[in-house]
Design a protein around this ligand. Sequence first.
Ligand code: NAP
Ligand code: GLV
Length: 316
Amino acid sequence: MSLLIIGSDRLNDFFEGTKAAAPTRDVRAYPDVGNRDDIRYALAWKAPAGELANYKNLELIVSVGAGVDHLFNDPDLPNVPIVRYVDPDLTARMTQYVTLQTLYHVRRMTEHQQQQRDKVWAYLPEPMPAEVRVGIMGTGVLGQAAARALSALGYKLNGWSRSAKSINGMTCFAGDEGLPEFLAATDILVVLLPFTPATKGIVNRELLRQLSSDGNRHHRLPGPVLINAGRGGLQVEADILAALDAGGLYAASLDVFETEPLPASSAFWSHPRVVLTPHNAAESATESISRYFIRQIERLESGQPLENVVDPKVGY
Ligand code: NAP
Ligand code: GLV
């Protein structure tokens, strides 16, 4: 009945956190695992491909993150329940990130920062929140929380998801057939999708081209904005750069990238209208994740349903 911590660069913190949360349990940290047959439960983040298949008594995998693409990347992933991390602290941090980036661009802060560097005192027109439509791709836990915060600030909210939905305060669109209408009504595109075979590269030239156009966007917002805090694999970076340079996109905030860490050669580093962060839009305390891991184990052992179980058929 041993517990395994595997893959994370915070391995030691999770090891200590899990021992503190369950002092009587046998916790092991990869690669110092002893007899692999002892392992029943794994807390994983980017485990080496093929490694989890070696634990023949494994009954549960808990993902350190909300996203589980790091698990489905593994062609030999064992067929056991996978629970993803859902937590109020993580959700609150993502809401803050999305709100911060939305306000930053609506208030034209990249331009004000440049004016500050150039010692230029000049007024830039800004739309009112009610004149700006924020479109959220992915109206799950994180998308809905961000939408509530932006709605409270007066923004107009649209949402796009796989299945049809009805969400208070938001105009909802779904599936391939709903995408063009959603995009045409979006000034600020917030991407909070999971990375799956269906969403790979979805933020590309064709999608960006369909965002709100000059005729149907408030004239005080200089152009559409992209905010991606989902996964780097959702975006085609060359297309984003081309859209920024051609004026199809006014600005972008990117927390995730095709290659992480972002290579020094990336043009994003020095682009004047790009705000980039190192995949830290929504971190969570290791202690909370360790406690969540133990909670899922206790639920499994006491016959209660696991929380936030992933559907392997759709990959999120
Ligand atoms: P979630 O609750 O599972 O929500 C996912 C949403 O995406 C759902 O609305 C789902 O539609 C929609 N979706 C999935 N596939 C789709 C498709 N093919 N077409 C249209 N919509 C699709 O996930 P979450 O907790 O909000 O997290 C979302 C993602 O955020 C994670 O997967 C992770 O990649 C990312 N994330 C990033 C950070 C960071 O620090 N940057 C932190 C945490 C999470 P349905 O509602 O119809 O199912
Ligand atoms: C972070 O990227 C997560 O998926 O929680």
